[in-house]
Design a protein around this ligand. Sequence first.
Ligand code: PA5
Length: 427
Amino acid sequence: MIKVNLEYASVDLAKEIKDGDIQKIDAMIRNKTGEGADFLGWLDWPKNYDTKEFNAMKKVAKQLRAKIDTLIVIGIGGSYLGTRAADEMLRGLNHTDKVEVIYAGHTMSSTYTDQLTKYLKNKKFGIVVVSKSGTTTEPGIAFRLLENQLIQQFGLEAAKELIVAVTDKAKGALKTLADQKGYQTFVIPDDIGGRFSVLTPVGIFPLMVAGVNTDKILDGAKKAMKKLAKQHDLSNSAYQYAAARYILNTKHGYKMEALVSYELQMQLLTEWWKQLFGESEGKNGKSLFPTSMIFSTDLHSLGQWVQEGTRKVMFETVIRVAKPLADVKVPKDKDNFDELNYLTTKTLHEINSIAIEGVLDAHVNVGKMPNIVLEFEKMNEEMFGYLVYWFELAVAMSAYLLEVNPFNQPGVEVYKKNMFKLLGKPE
Ligand code: PA5
């Protein structure tokens, strides 16, 4: 379902990396002997997840969905980005589903928060609050405010049916609070870190409430798991991608990778990818800075820099989707004042695909910017599950190639410590 095309990447895997090194790391991942191996729960998750809990989630999600028109998903980082990536990629940016999903807890902007609370005054809303640690400040504040508002609008008893917490099975302030107040909880497994958790209740429960077919997402992940588990060397496409970006970084000197999508509704997917790679690899003074662009819109802004700005700093990784969720025809116009009738023999997706060809030629051959192309077979629920698993395996390989632990994030704690000190947080 994903093919790695290195035709435009100026990388020769056979010459620039030893298959033996890939095989060693693959064994380290599979045998769970590398640094951070306690957090490899995602590796077998598509076949190991608790179907009983998933069935219970379906029931609660159905009941909640029936009661609301708006779902507030509260969370930050890995507790929110994957959900939003799936929601936007699959339901779209202007969907007509009965449940609107709004995100909170990923910002401390008072303006955003005030505007959201005003917007919710006439809404039938529910809350899914997600925090593995159960103690993260940003979602904590958002939950306190929105829980208060929900109770004021609908009452204490109703709140028990309108609020669901996804958190640790036993510890953390959120677990204590939810148990004390009688809110339903679902569990984030101990051995799956935040940015690897979208296929657990973290992403699956809110997506169920949003009406997304989560069974298909998990089918896609299972498909990826089965296929990639059999390929221990460079025949594995996730490892090809990991190896190509490692070579561009460490042997050709590139410092940044921009993930490019021509599908506007994949913007949040690129944000999820940024966290996955940035938080997994950005350690010990190493790794590529992951950034992203959405074309065509960024062709009319950053496109100038990509074409002619500083060279040898950034390369692009372009997602090319073969089959979109929907296609559109350009209509014929009898007057043709806009002179676009020459396009009426093609669909919009065909025009977008031809644009990709033109841009590849401009950026690679004229601009001398290497491009890795990721060929996505389609863009549906199954594909989402597949690509999540695929990128998770790719980042594990990629980080271990750099000799960093893919599964911790010690740097994230530094700002928190400073902030808590300044805020006077009690020990
Ligand atoms: O990847 C991670 O571990 C982080 O991005 C966390 O998901 C994020 O910090 C949120 O943490 P928590 O779920 O504990 O509130």
